[in-house]
Design a protein around this ligand. Structure first.
Ligand SMILES: *[C@@H]1O[C@H](CO)[C@@H](O)[C@H](O)[C@H]1NC(C)=O
Ligand SMILES: *[C@@H]1O[C@H](CO)[C@@H](O)[C@H](O)[C@H]1NC(C)=O
Ligand SMILES: *[C@@H]1O[C@H](CO)[C@@H](O)[C@H](O)[C@H]1NC(C)=O
Ligand SMILES: *[C@@H]1O[C@H](CO)[C@@H](O)[C@H](O)[C@H]1NC(C)=O
Length: 365
């Protein structure tokens, strides 16, 4: 064979090595549905299932999973499995479930209306089959690609309106805020839970991400979280129902005195977030051990205590600068990892996407 018409052995070897992790990668789903046994999440066979998840954003303005302009959805799913994750916390805005105009908007139009022509071109190359699908079907296809690789999905309601989350003053932080109508939210939860009632790998729902802001209120937390939990459970009793705390999900301390009161058992999980920029550690300047002790004490009082009391607690967001050049990040990550190992935590790293189509008005951030 002439060299010009056949690929060189070296090229073939490189291609093979490049594709190998993708070819091999597939987790297998545990026995489903999941439920809880004291502080543990367990499979239908009663064996512990440790959630080792990556967050994957799908709630920004385009209302589609990030990264689809860069890689095929099947390839991304294979990489998720290849990296050892067994689940994805997939974010969604309420309107994707409740606003038919948005849900039925073709992916291409959703990108075009935001001026994202390069992303359209990227999706055309990497995910041609998704380009003209309605947004809600793109969402389903992402879940189905993850199912194909044995990856569980936790649906996370991030915002009402598509867009980057979260600020204290975005009007989307607590029940009754300008953009956070509890009835719209309940309708969205019900619709999503119903939509995936026969989709095995959808194993749980985070009812609302990072409650926050000037109007947050403990007594309303109990009222609305119970309504949301019952709505999800009635529509889809297989799902774990996952409840965020207050103060951007840093605080669940109010649960010391009283837990959420639900009509069903064996499905309730709490979630807590831990970012060094908000943990008060002053990591750059303080002795690392002192900072870690102080932060762990505080995180314990704010939420970790739930584990000791026999309730599952999912660390559904933590994150750091993966370049390794950020001293504070390196230090607090070590602290987080030691706690994650010692307490055998269930967790989800923020985040899978390397960039966003558009974030806070900046393309490709
Ligand atoms: C529904 O979504 C469409 C498309 O994004 C938007 O133009 C419209 O304002 C939304 N409706 C509501 C009630 O938010
Ligand atoms: C599941 O949802 C579909 C609609 O998507 C509905 O028709 C069906 O009754 C639901 N099944 C159960 C068991 O709730
Ligand atoms: C919380 O909401 C309840 C019910 O609306 C209200 O009675 C109470 O005053 C609120 N508490 C605070 C601290 O705003
Ligand atoms: C660690 O702390 C730095 C600086 O305080 C912060 O920017 C970073 O997000 C933190 N990382 C983690 C993993 O919490």
């Amino acid at each position: 064979m002439a060299a010009s018409t056949s690929p060189s052995p070296l090229l073939l070897a490189v291609l093979f090595l490049h594709l190998l992790p993708t070819l091999l990668a597939a987790a297998s789903l545990p026995e489903l549905p999941l439920s809880t046994a004291s502080r543990w999440v367990v499979g239908a066979d009663g064996r512990r299932v440790k959630l080792a998840c990556a967050n994957w954003a799908s709630h920004l303005e385009p209302a589609a999973a990030e990264g689809l302009a860069r890689r095929g959805v099947g390839d991304i799913a294979a990489r998720v499995a290849g990296m050892g994750f067994n689940c994805v916390r997939l974010t969604w805005p309420t309107y994707l479930a409740t606003n038919g105009t948005l849900a039925s908007l073709p992916f291409r139009w959703s990108l075009e209306r935001l001026g994202l022509r390069e992303s359209v071109a990227g999706v055309r190359v990497n995910n041609p089959a998704l380009l003209d699908l309605p947004l809600i079907d793109v969402f389903r296809e992402v879940i189905s690609a993850l199912a194909g690789k044995g990856i569980m999905v936790i649906l996370d309601n991030q915002m009402t309106t598509p867009g980057w989350c979260c600020s204290r003053t975005d009007g989307d932080g607590f029940f009754g805020d300008k953009y956070f109508d509890p009835n719209e939210w309940l309708k969205g939860l019900r619709a999503m839970a119903t939509m995936f009632n026969d989709t095995k790998n959808v194993v749980g729902m985070s009812l609302r991400n990072e409650l926050r802001g000037p109007n947050q209120n403990v007594s309303l937390w109990y009222r609305y979280m119970a309504l949301g939990a019952e709505a999800v459970h009635a529509a889809n009793p297989n799902l774990l129902v996952i409840l965020s705390g207050l103060d951007f999900d840093n605080t669940l301390s109010f649960l010391h005195s009283k837990k959420a009161e639900l009509q069903f058992t064996g499905k309730l999980v709490y979630e807590q977030h831990w970012y060094g920029f908000s943990d008060g550690g002053n990591w750059e300047i303080r002795n690392q051990n002192d900072a870690c002790r102080m932060v762990v004490d505080s995180i314990w009082a704010k939420g970790l205590f739930l584990l000791q009391q026999g309730w599952p607690l999912f660390f559904s967001e933590f994150g750091f600068d993966m370049s390794g050049t950020h001293i504070g990040d390196n230090r607090n990550l070590t602290c987080f990892l030691s706690v994650a190992a010692e307490m055998d935590l269930d967790w989800a790293i923020w985040a899978l996407q390397g960039s966003c189509y558009i974030r806070e008005a900046i393309f490709g951030l």
